[in-house]
Design a binder for this molecule. Structure first.
Ligand SMILES: CC(C)(COP(=O)(O)OP(=O)(O)OC[C@H]1O[C@@H](n2cnc3c(N)ncnc32)[C@H](O)[C@@H]1OP(=O)(O)O)[C@@H](O)C(=O)NCCC(=O)NCCS
Length: 204
């Protein structure tokens, strides 16, 4: 697969990023990701795309480059402006166990016709760190950041069975199957979930 570092390359990039803990759940801490978190996250996304856990556009070099730009931009913006999830834009969050990054989540704060929204776009936990609470710690952190009328939405492919189980466990409700992009492209193999708390607030 073009452009995807090997496992040994990836290991060199793990850890050593900025410590910026915002939430601590037991030994797991969520905070803003650093530049060194981006390459292993890209690898996890590309490998997940091979199993259709993510959009297969991330198997293509141009899709990987576009995602890399988005991730690096999110890290840089947070570094330069010190913004938190209270501001509109993209964020890359990471969860650490004290020694190393276990996984990351790409989220955006935006709005739609129903008001403020935090969109969980991509979540990946290192394969050797799964099923130890890292993924749910990231999603719980986002839920805690969604104060007031802000709703939380999560979109994933229908093949992301682990993520589907995770959000259902955290009381999200499936609101949509398939998605029409602004470009007119239809993505039939996607589920959209909304946090139940947000649905109650917006009367959904
Ligand atoms: C989805 C993913 C992020 C979950 O991360 P994780 O750290 O393993 O998840 P957690 O340990 O927090 O699990 C929380 C709950 O999710 C569900 N879950 C997670 N993995 C599961 C699995 N393999 N089978 C069934 N349920 C699973 C369970 O309900 C679990 O709770 P439990 O362990 O008490 O039963 C991880 O599996 C992953 O990176 N998968 C590949 C990429 C992907 O699919 N990303 C989502 C697309 S946006």
């Amino acid at each position: 697969m073009e452009g995807i570092p090997t496992q040994s390359t990836r290991a060199k990039h793990v850890g050593g990023a900025l410590a910026d803990a915002a939430v601590c759940t037991g030994a797991l801490k969520v905070g803003r990701a650093g530049f060194s978190d981006v390459p292993p996250f890209l690898v996890d996304i590309a490998q997940g795309a091979l199993q259709c856990k993510f959009n297969t556009v991330y198997l293509e070099f141009l899709g990987q480059v576009a995602l890399a730009r988005l991730l690096l931009g999110a890290v840089l913006r947070a570094l330069l402006r010190g913004v938190t999830l209270d501001h509109p834009g993209w964020y890359l969050l990471r969860v650490r166990d004290g020694r190393r990054t276990l996984g990351c989540a790409l989220v955006s704060r935006c709005s739609d016709q129903d008001g403020a929204l935090i969109d969980i776009r991509l979540v990946a936990v290192r394969p050797d760190a799964r099923r130890r609470g890292a993924g749910s710690t990231l999603v719980r952190h986002v839920l805690q950041c969604a104060r007031g009328d802000t709703r939380v939405r999560c979109t994933c492919t229908v093949y992301a069975h682990e993520m589907v189980a995770l959000v259902q466990k955290l009381d999200f409700r499936r609101t949509q199957v398939g998605r029409e992009l602004a470009s007119g492209v239809r993505r039939p193999d996607e589920f959209t979930y909304r946090s139940r708390a947000g649905l109650k607030r917006s009367g959904g």
